[in-house]
Write a protein that binds this ligand. Sequence first.
Ligand code: SF4
Ligand code: SF4
Ligand code: FES
Length: 248
Amino acid sequence: MAMNTITIVNGKRNENSPTESSAEIPVLIDGSRHTAQPGERLVDLINRVGLKLSQVCYHHQLGPIQTCDTCLVEIGGQLVRACATTVTSGMSVTTASSKAHAARQEAFDRILVNHMLYCTVCDNNNGNCTVHNTTKLLAIEHQQIPFKKKPYAVDNTNPFYRYDPDQCILCGRCVEACQNLQVNETLSINWEDPHPRVQWDGGSTIGESSCVSCGHCITVCPCNALMEKSMLGKPDSSRASLRNRSTA
Ligand code: SF4
Ligand code: SF4
Ligand code: FES
C-alpha cells in the first residue's frame, strides 16, 4: 500500500506527490469507505464527504501551508497532516482516535497563545470565523496556555483595512495569498524575530508599503487579525452579508 507520511515538526511544506492514476481510489476513514479522486488531498476528501476536521491554516485556494497541525489524523499509527497528505488506494485513516484529537487540541492551544477569545464582542463573530468554529469543534473550554500580548500597536494606516498583531495567529495564509496568488510580495513573517508578526515590506506601515489594497489577504485570514474597516463596529445582523470568509 502506498502511503504518504510526514514528520511532525515545525517545518513547512513536505507534501508527497500523488502516485495514483486510477479514477477511483478506495479509502477508509474511521472505518467508513469513501472514494477519492486521483491526487486528492486527504483534507479535501474529508471536507468533500462532509466529515468535520479542524484545519486552521489550510485554505483550498492556497494549498497546504503547514503551520498549525490542527489537521492531524492517524495513518498506520502515525500522526500525519491531512492537508499535506495525498490519498492513496487502500489508505486507512483515523480522525476520531483520542491520540489524534489530543494532538489537534494541543496544536490549537499553541495557536491561542496568539489570540484572545473575546468572541461575544468580536467584529468577526459572523459564523465564518475559522478560529471561533475550531474552538467549538475541538471543544476548547479555556485557553490552556495563557494569551501573550505582542509589543506592537494595531496598524490603521491603510484606508480600507487594519491589522491587529495581537490577534494574529501567524498562520501564514495572508502571506501565501500575497506572495503566491496575488504575486505582490508585500507580506512576510520574520520567524527569527522574538515576537513574530506579519510585516509589510519587511517593516513598513501598511500605508507606506507596496500594498495595493487588493483585499486578498483579508478574505483568507481565519480570524479578526485582518479586518476591513467597513466591517468594524457593525451589528451582528449585518456582518455575515458584508464578509464571507472561507473556513476551509
Ligand atoms: S476572531 Fe473569531 S475566535 Fe477570535 S475573538 Fe473573534 S470571533 Fe472569536
Ligand atoms: S493576519 Fe491573519 S492570515 Fe495573516 S498570519 Fe495573521 S492570522 Fe494568519
Ligand atoms: S497543518 Fe494542516 S491545516 Fe494547518
